[in-house]
Design a protein around this ligand. Structure first.
Ligand code: GLA
Length: 774
């Protein structure tokens, strides 16, 4: 009897994972409303103390543990994005199983006495591949994502209808934990089309959502696309007073909520690991608690962006797979000092009857001694079927979603020359008769490769690795692969064979491994034997660049330049005895060895290992003969400032030169720069790069120049202040990639309250084609 019951419950649990049950709508036990001054739960004043956790970024087996951690920190609500592209990986194919079973996540949250705020999108951002939008939309050459383009809006509505079918019953109005639902995400950054927001709002209503619907934006974009029938919340990382003042600009009355309050920040490959300013974080939290303002900590627990789901910041700064975010609950679900400081603070502001439980025990952690991976499967020996293609097309055109793609053609005999690949998203490993010639690199828009003389026809291979699609701004139209004709000394190369390498389960299952080391792009395989299961951190420091799998679970990407040097391995994905490790290395390992560490390595940069020797081609600044198109001063403070030139100026480069700063110190910093075209509209950052910057702090903090053109105002470019303090004038030069007509620009100073360094006072602007010499 006992065994049949066990089998029955196991069968039911498996069924749950494979075919998640749709919740039954139940009579409501509670009510939630947005009152004149407060949120009202069962008619009583309710302060939302919320934290963001993404079910997709936490091993399903640990959802309850993390939700218990959130409760034990003193939260009463969790906020969760949905990712459309994870739920509808192929058009019309919805899959709510496994890590996408958000209904189960909500059920557990309710069992753990947590309310839920749902953020279904259709666009989510979140450093997630394409901001959550599905790749297959990019099959349309000229689709306009996040607009009323019917090729976007129709599938978006279908998706939201499906969300209603599955999660509608989880609303508080049906006995579930969901209090509020967000429409889109920070749309004010991109557009002002209130009808677009209206369409999505109506789609959610039609899908059965009858709880309050809201929208979020940073302080200076709240008015864009604002609709009175969408409750506004404001996102900020500092200065709550300033943020809520701006919110009162669109919400004269009603409860104030910060939709995203940042305790840390996300990491991108090649830049220092981000850690938050904890005293300020605690101070701002206390300010909001004292003023009865609600908030959601983004992220309270970041977790890991498993698989190939990590996105990229614009113009192209690929995100790490670790999404630790320096959050109060660490990537592996551990308490941190910040966790206990926040818990202590919340304990002083509990509502009547509220208590805070003890945190659950930490899950077991193991170390694993170094193991050599002794089998390999070279990429070029595991290509699968080719598709003939007159000229190379984007990956999406070959109906491929993620991974790598190989473009092969013949190059006739001839003199040495230059191959121009045109824009490659994202890295093109170029081989001639199997010998590597170079790597095309989207980070620096370096798409030209030298080709040696050939006495006879040779095989040219361009192995393109697609990292995450950009998750922010116009740049989400991020088609992968080779963009357009490939030319050798100006002559187009045609008649290609194209091999898709989607790095999915099916492809991994067809690899032919041999017991031999190899060189060049290859998969490696080995076995680790363990006698006790537990969480561990795979040490990948002797590997180059690629993707790693354990027992078929894709842990994510790795790259020896850092800052992340380990991959989180959840205990439930390991088993006693033999465990299979597979690693794709596009560069080739120093030693094909892995180990399991008891601690993550999240902050170890190795710029010396970067195949782009410096992450910016060497150029010389040539301002001497240039005439500034504007000499002016910025106002003090953190507000966005829009500046118009006396007359439009034309050129490929835009240079801002700081002459001094408002605080009189030698530093310059910029939160965000947008440049306006002839009609005053922001120019897309696609193809942009930082051509030159005289100084940037990359030791003591991430003051990388690209932070000023990535769309995020919570990070910033800052000149050196650690091991050196070079003085003004400081120069920052943007390369548009092509000539542009500039009528003005928008400058967002470094954000923050009080004494914020680097805010530029007097400055000059230059626009032209010869501001730098390559
Ligand atoms: C924005 C987005 C979030 C996330 C954060 C940065 O505000 O709304 O999805 O991208 O920035 O982590």
């Amino acid at each position: 009897m006992k065994s049949t019951l066990l089998i029955a419950s196991l069968a039911f649990a498996t069924m749950q994972i494979l075919h998640p049950t749709i919740a039954e709508a139940r009579p409501p036990e509670h009510t939630f409303a947005i009152g004149t001054n407060d949120f009202l739960l069962d008619g009583q004043r309710f302060e939302i103390r919320c934290g963001e956790i993404h079910a997709a970024r936490v091993p399903r087996e640990y959802w309850r543990h993390r939700l218990q951690m959130a409760k034990a920190m003193g939260l009463n609500t969790v906020c969760a994005y949905l990712f459309w592209n994870q739920i509808e990986p192929r058009e019309g194919k919805f899959d709510w199983s496994g890590q996408a079973d958000v209904a189960e996540f909500c059920r557990i949250a309710q069992e753990e006495k947590l309310w839920v705020i749902l953020r279904p999108g259709s666009y989510s951002c979140a450093e997630w591949e394409m901001g959550g939008l599905p790749w297959w939309l990019l099959k349309y050459d000229d689709i306009k994502l996040r607009t009323r383009d019917p090729r976007f809006l129709d599938p978006a509505k279908k998706y939201l209808k499906e969300v209603g079918r599955v999660l509608g019953p989880m609303q508080i109005t049906h006995g579930g934990p969901i209090l509020m639902v967000q429409v889109e995400n920070e749309y004010g950054f991109l557009g002002k089309d209130v009808n677009y927001m209206g369409e999505l709002r109506q789609a959610l209503v039609d899908a059965g959502f009858n709880v309050p619907l809201f929208e979020c934006n940073p302080p200076y974009n709240l008015k864009n696309g604002f609709r009175p029938d969408l409750f506004p919340v404001v996102n900020f990382g500092a200065d709550p007073a300033g943020g809520f003042r701006a919110l009162r600009g669109v919400l004269p009355q009603g409860p104030l909520m910060c939709g995203e309050f940042y305790p840390g920040w996300f990491d991108t490959w090649g830049s220092p690991h981000h850690t938050g300013n904890t005293p300020r974080y605690l101070g701002d939290l206390e300010y909001m608690l004292k003023h009865d303002e609600s908030f959601s900590i983004y992220m309270v627990h970041g977790g890991t962006t498993f698989g190939l789901w990590s996105g990229a910041d614009r113009p192209f700064k690929p995100d790490t797979s670790s999404y630790d975010y320096d959050a109060p609950i660490s990537e592996a679900g551990w308490t941190t000092e910040k966790f206990f400081q926040t818990r202590q603070l919340f304990a002083q502001y509990l509502l009547p009857g509220e208590t805070i439980p003890e945190p659950p025990a930490r899950n077991p952690v193991i170390s694993i001694s170094p193991v050599e991976l002794t089998e390999s499967a070279p990429v070029f020996a595991n290509l699968g079927k080719a598709v003939a293609s007159k000229t190379p097309l984007n990956m999406e055109k070959y109906d491929q979603d993620h991974g790598c793609i190989l473009y092969r053609t013949a190059v006739p005999a001839g003199d040495a020359g230059t191959l121009d690949l045109g824009p490659v998203h994202d890295f093109g490993f170029v081989f001639l008769d199997g010998k590597q010639l170079g790597i095309a690199d989207r980070r620096t828009s370096s798409f030209k490769i030298k080709v040696p003389a050939r006495s006879q026809s040779a095989t040219l291979d361009v192995l393109v690795e697609a990292m995450g699609r950009v998750n922010f701004g116009e740049e989400v139209h991020d088609r992968k692969g080779i963009h357009g004709p490939v030319k050798l000394d100006g002559t187009e190369l045609r008649d290609w064979k194209v091999f898709s390498l989607p790095l999915d389960k099916k492809m991994l299952g067809h690899l032919h491994f041999k017991k031999a080391p190899t060189t060049g792009p290859a998969f490696w395989r080995g076995t680790i034997k363990i006698d006790q299961v537990g969480d561990t951190f795979l040490d990948l420091r002797s590997w180059g660049k690629g993707v790693v799998w354990v027992n078929g679970h894709c842990l994510g990407r790795y790259w020896d330049i850092g800052p992340t040097q380990t991959a989180y391995v959840p205990g439930p994905w390991l088993k006693k005895g033999k465990n299979e490790i597979v690693i794709l290395d596009l560069l080739g390992p120093e030693k094909p060895v892995v180990a399991g560490l008891a601690q993550p390595i999240l902050n170890e940069l190795h710029p010396e290992k970067d195949f782009a020797r410096s992450h910016r081609p060497a150029v010389t600044l040539t301002l001497e003969n240039a005439k500034p198109v504007l000499t002016a001063s910025f106002a003090p403070g953190s507000a966005l400032q829009e500046v118009h030139l006396d007359a439009p100026a034309k050129g490929r480069y835009f240079c801002i030169e700081s002459l001094n700063a408002h605080d009189g110190k030698p530093y310059a910093a910029i939160g965000e720069l947008d440049v306006l075209d002839q009609s005053g509209k922001p120019i897309s950052h696609d193809g942009w790069s930082v051509a030159y910057v005289d100084s940037e702090e990359r030791e003591k903090e991430d003051g990388t120049a690209e932070n000023a053109i990535d769309g995020q105002t919570a990070n910033y470019w800052h000149t050196q202040w650690g091991s050196a303090q070079p003085n003004h004038p400081h120069r920052f030069v943007i390369d548009f990639g092509k000539s542009q007509t500039v009528s003005g620009f928008r400058y967002v100073p470094r954000q923050g309250t009080g004494d914020v360094g680097g805010r530029i006072k007097d400055y000059r602007i230059y626009v032209g084609d010869n501001l730098v010499q390559r």
